[in-house]
Design a protein around this ligand. Structure first.
Ligand SMILES: CC(C)(COP(=O)(O)OP(=O)(O)OC[C@H]1O[C@@H](n2cnc3c(N)ncnc32)[C@H](O)[C@@H]1OP(=O)(O)O)[C@@H](O)C(=O)NCCC(=O)NCCS
Length: 118
């Protein structure tokens, strides 16, 4: 029962954006509004051959805008400590590292938790 209501809540608050190139999915971002005023980005990815064309930035801006419209005052996400290119991408867009989540990933790697005020 708890599982079902959690799922409903997630479904109601979850949001995603997809980038398409002639009907083919080339990028997506998934996030949700958690407790009031807090947005969370689960994942963002763009197909490698479409990198550095502004698609990731567009996806990130879109989800941050919608989170803000829905009442989020800040947005947070996790990034692998080894993922330097994604860290650079987020830092250039105003995200700030706030702490390290030890063993966050299933392979045991630590995550930087990043936040940005909206
Ligand atoms: C992180 C990720 C989503 C970024 O996506 P992207 O589409 O390459 O991002 P953008 O193109 O918007 O921005 C990347 C760079 O391209 C540059 N760029 C944007 N448009 C450009 C253009 N027309 N020509 C040349 N460069 C351009 C941007 O300036 C940016 O550089 P900067 O960060 O130094 O400012 C992508 O690298 C990815 O999918 N990585 C693998 C998955 C991943 O690690 N996800 C994050 C998990 S936490």
């Amino acid at each position: 029962m708890i599982h079902i209501s959690t799922w409903n809540y997630m479904k109601a608050s979850q949001m995603d954006f997809w980038s398409l190139d002639r009907k083919k999915i080339i990028g997506f971002v998934v996030g949700f509004l958690s407790i009031p005023a807090k947005g969370r980005i689960f994942t963002i990815a763009v197909l490698a051959k479409y990198h550095n064309k502004g698609i990731g930035n567009n996806l990130l801006e879109n989800i941050c805008s919608v989170l803000k419209i829905k009442g989020a005052k800040e947005v947070g996400l996790e990034v692998r400590m080894s993922n330097f290119s994604a860290q650079k991408f987020y830092l250039k867009r105003g995200f700030i590292p706030v702490w390290v989540e030890k063993g966050y990933y299933s392979d045991g790697e630590n995550a930087f938790v990043l936040k940005k005020e909206l």
